[in-house]
Design a protein around this ligand. Structure first.
Ligand code: WQD
Length: 339
């Protein structure tokens, strides 16, 4: 069976391609390479021995999106990663974020209807919950008003899928990611942020590699045990495997609703300082860091209630925090060797 991955050259998309191939699927990747490189295709082939098909396409352009579906027949399902995803950038360019993220979604869903493709996995985010009132956070926890256009596009996407799946044959699973970090154990694929990293782990590994001078820890006066923010970090390989489970759930007709939501986290929250400790413990590297003022928009703490994903989806994260931080470092070192 063939799965189309939109944004499949990206961080989570490339790892999901590997796990789909490992599970016996054929894969087509459509990506505009705006935040990735097609060198990833060679690396995926090196890992699995199978080369995914690839087409460069801006899926927010209806004609280019149509061409993807006219070129590749026999697609069983779609996994949709293609989107702009920088919270800060979305505050400066809201119209671009709505146009791009929702435009891609609409073009892909329209083509699914046209070509009779039924199964759709949506890349969603714990961002939809905002600052939780109660922890751990369940799928039934309230979705709060978005605090950024990026988070708003994730919420709107879920609402659109609600109406579209209830009035068509399309079945969908929205996976609400927590904080994906780490890299494939081969260190052949990983996170490759453009420019100065927004996210914690790539900033840590680039600091340890001497690319950045010092990690700034944004705030040490939060109401948490050590004063720094807490997140549910999940190994990208565990996250990738969840996509295969979600797609198979629909193919095997086990989904109980036309649209289902699952929190994809580990159920453990780690503070920024605990991540730094894990990185130093798992790599032996000493990290240069200091405290800085809070970052606007940061929520204090969030971690997943994983019971529904474990019981209903039959999926559980297996990798521990040191495996996440050490794999991120191995990937950064490989990048340094392959300048
Ligand atoms: C984690 C913690 C920072 C950088 C975002 C998006 C989310 C998802 C993941 C796409 C926070 C602290 C960070 C630094 C720091 N993206 N930090 N110094 O903000 O939880 O989530 O990325 O889907 O949607 O919102 O992740 O890695 O940016 O920050 O102290 O240089 O690390 O304050 O507490 P975040 P993050």
């Amino acid at each position: 069976m063939k799965i189309l991955i939109t944004g499949g050259c990206g961080f989570i998309g490339s790892h999901t391609c590997v796990e789909l191939q490992n599970a016996g699927f054929d894969v087509v990747i459509a990506d505009n390479l705006s935040n990735s490189t097609d060198k990833v295709i060679d690396r995926i082939e090196k890992i699995t021995g199978k080369r995914p098909e690839f087409i460069k396409a801006d899926l927010s352009d209806a004609l280019e999106c149509n061409k993807v579906f006219d070129t590749f027949g026999g697609i069983t399902g779609i996994i949709n990663f293609a989107a702009s995803k920088a919270v800060g950038e979305s505050m400066e360019k809201p119209i671009m974020y709505y146009k791009n993220n929702l435009g891609i979604l609409l073009n892909v869903l329209e083509n699914m209807q046209k070509h009779g493709i039924k199964y759709f996995v949506q890349s969603s985010s714990c961002t939809v919950y905002g600052e939780p009132d109660k922890l751990p956070i369940k799928e039934s926890s309230p979705v709060k008003d978005a605090t950024s256009p990026y988070g708003h596009t994730k919420q709107i996407a879920e609402q659109m899928l609600g109406f579209i799946t209830s009035s068509s044959d399309i079945r969908a699973v929205a996976l609400r990611y927590f904080n994906p970090i780490g890299a494939h154990p081969t260190a052949l694929i990983g996170e490759l942020p453009n420019g100065v990293p927004n996210n914690l782990l790539p900033f840590i590994t680039q600091t340890a590699a001497g690319i950045r001078k010092e990690l700034k820890v944004f705030g040490n006066d939060y109401p948490t045990a050590d004063g720094t923010c807490i997140r549910d970090y999940i190994h990208v390989v565990d996250l990738a495997k969840a996509h295969v489970v979600a797609m198979n759930r629909m193919i095997e007709n086990k989904n109980k609703k036309a649209l289902e939501f699952f929190n994809i986290g580990t159920g453990h929250g780690y503070s920024v300082l605990e991540i730094i400790n894990s990185f130093e413990r798992s790599t032996g590297e000493k990290l240069n860091w200091s405290f800085a003022p809070r970052r606007a928009g940061d929520i204090i703490q969030i971690w997943a209630d994983t019971e529904f994903a474990e019981k209903e989806l039959g999926w559980k994260a297996l990798e521990d925090i040191d495996s996440m931080t050490s794999s991120a470092w191995k990937w950064q070192q490989m990048l340094g060797e392959n300048k």
